[in-house]
Design a protein around this ligand. Sequence first.
Ligand code: ZN
Length: 242
Amino acid sequence: MSILVISDIHANLAALQAVLEAAGKVDAVWCLGDLVGYGPNPNECIELIQEQPNLVCLLGNHDAACMGNLNVATFNREARLAVEWTQTILTQESINFLLERPETEVIGEVTLVHGSPREPIYEYVLDVRSASDNYDYFGTDFCFIGHSHLPLMFYQNADENKVTLAFPQHNQPLQLKARTIVNPGSVGQPRDRDRRAAFALFDPEDSTWLLRRAEYDIQTTQEDMRTANLPKRHIERLNGGW
Ligand code: ZN
């Protein structure tokens, strides 16, 4: 069984298409939120994601912001501009889809959230401290998170009082141990200095996690962003994956 785990698509259609193609046939798609914000194709991404098999798709902070359900005061100026632009072009169908997104899902031994199990929309789990604090907030073997745009994982040692941060290697299957928090990275705006779209394949039968990357046509996305007059910084950062 193969489940495509993706996050932070951020309205980057070319990146999403490349990931779906690279992943091939899968049994399910789990999307950890932030379908929109930053990129030029929010409606197209929402339409394409809905065509995926056995889709589970969560709410992210940018999704909430684009529906006016989150105060954008915490966003920087450029992120706010992107939210405002997105609000002007989201169709009613897209808004309806985003409105129905859950903040948390539990499927078998996996808890799915955008940010963290403690604060599903807002919290970044970036270090051992924040990861350790979150272990009390999920009861499953695994917790899949997005939000930071960084492919990383945290696991607990056998005595459960030490949490370790690790960076999965690309194309090397990992067998996840119980009580692992893992992030597949970002499809549409990677921030680990690798410009390729990030995704993971998860097999719940043997708990295998495979981190992969897909090349995509960055220039097409950048052209569309220029046409939409989206912030220059967001256009440029796609080149370097930062
Ligand atoms: Zn994001």
